[in-house]
Write a protein that binds this ligand. Structure first.
Ligand code: ADP
Ligand code: MG
Length: 400
């Protein structure tokens, strides 16, 4: 099957120094550097995408990741800086003004987050608006509008005004208006994001039902993972103006392309990277330096450990002591652990990123000690806690 929508290397830069920004982008400079040196924003960077007829295609990503820009490039409400947008075999960037108008009216329709209804028009006149623009005669456009209103469950509400309707119902009018023009492509930008959760669920169900009947090609934008997984035939995840992964919900859940995707699906705050604080375990049992070696040995034995961390009265780390060392100290009648020689342990701060922890832990046979600014022991990072954190990221991706 041929794709209905095909984006090739679509780039969009906002700002006044676009040429300078473009050069920096070609030199692989980061968005941040480009923004600082030129004041221009890279909203889309070399986006390639194919959407097939009849697909309910979801674009998800954090706010500012470029979703709306991408959607608006599909009907040239935003002009791409570079690349091509081919729809139904035609490069729409080459359309004349007239061709573009026709294309927008006949081929596509948009549904907006804030509904975008005319408050002084009745429900049916709102639904018929697109047909009115197309100069469809009154009888026919009202007939079609009534039909679409009934499709979205608004039979009987034709002569009310938008202000008399709930948010969910207003969005149904928006949907009916979009469907009235019988477009091949529906563009929905966070269309359900302003609705209460229950209403939102209902609207998702309804959209799926309508889609079963009409088989439109729908490009649906959301920042909500649950919504994306529920309704998407395929999903593209965007980050910083780029597409990180495209796949079916199943593919994205079972084979997230990277850590970012895995954590995004899990609903973790993806703007944060995992740090020592997130993966550390409570240091238990802790040995106190003023304890005697026999007491310390007993504590370790009860915990089934062959070594333990020693802290002073203020919980500052002294080091790690092995059971062998404790036995020796006990035999030479040491009164406190201060007589012991401690093993050196690697110390990290609470904000050390997981990546660094991984490279450190392989160099030592002991856990890493996590210290705060006062050098007090806050936790331990074990090999197993790192593995667990990494497995959890993966594993959680399987759960919805
Ligand atoms: P999303 O819809 O994912 O929240 P947008 O596509 O609206 O993201 O925005 C992508 C980036 O482009 C953001 O950094 C945003 O600030 C910037 N941007 C969007 N529209 C404009 C504009 N008209 N002028 C300048 N910057 C813009
Ligand atoms: Mg947006």
């Amino acid at each position: 099957m041929e794709p209905l929508i095909q984006l090739r290397n679509v780039t969009k830069l906002f700002g006044s120094r676009v040429d300078a920004a473009k050069r920096l982008l070609q030199e692989q400079q980061s968005k941040e550097v480009i923004r600082k040196t030129t004041g221009s924003t890279v909203a889309l960077n070399q986006v390639n995408l194919e959407i097939f007829p009849g697909e309910l295609f979801v674009i998800m990503g954090l706010s500012g990741s470029g979703k709306s820009t991408l959607l608006r490039c599909l009907n040239r409400l935003i002009e791409p800086t570079d690349g091509s947008v081919v729809i139904d075999g035609q490069d729409i960037l080459e359309f004349s003004k007239t061709e573009l108008n026709l294309f927008r009216q006949r081929k596509t329709a948009m549904v907006f987050q804030k509904f975008g209804l005319f408050p002084h028009r009745t429900v049916i006149d709102n639904a018929a608006f697109g047909l009115e623009v197309q100069n469809v005669d009154k009888e026919r456009r009202l007939h079609i509008a009534r039909e679409k209103l009934s499709l979205v469950g608004l039979e009987g509400w034709e002569n009310h005004y938008p202000g008399q309707l709930s948010g969910g119902m207003q969005q149904r009018v928006g949907l009916a208006r979009a469907l009235a023009c019988d477009p091949d492509i529906l563009l929905m930008d966070e269309a359900f994001s302003a609705l209460d959760p229950l209403i939102r669920d209902e609207m998702q169900t309804e959209l799926l039902q309508i889609q079963q009947l009409l088989h439109k090609t729908i490009v649906f934008i959301t920042h909500d993972v649950k919504e994306a997984l529920r309704i998407g035939d395929r999903i593209a995840l965007m980050k910083d103006g780029e597409i990180v992964q495209v796949g079916t919900p199943e593919e994205i859940l079972t084979h997230p392309a990277d850590d970012y995707v895995a954590r995004f699906i899990k609903g973790v705050d993806v703007t944060r990277v995992l740090v020592a604080q997130d993966v550390m375990k409570r240091p238990s049992p802790l040995l106190r330096e003023k304890d005697g070696p026999t007491v310390a040995l007993r504590v370790l034995r009860e915990a089934g450990l062959s070594s333990g961390f020693v802290v002073d009265d203020t919980r500052r780390l002294r080091g790690l002591v092995t059971a062998d060392e404790l036995v020796q100290a006990a035999e030479s009648s040491g009164r406190t652990l201060a007589v012991c020689s401690y093993e050196e342990v690697l110390c990290v701060s609470e904000s050390t990123p997981l990546e660094e922890l991984v490279s450190m832990i392989v160099t030592t046979r002991f856990p890493l000690a996590v210290l705060n600014d006062q050098l007090q022991l806050q936790g331990l990072v074990l090999k197993s806690s790192i593995l667990e954190a990494m497995a959890h990221q993966r594993g959680a991706a399987y759960a919805t």
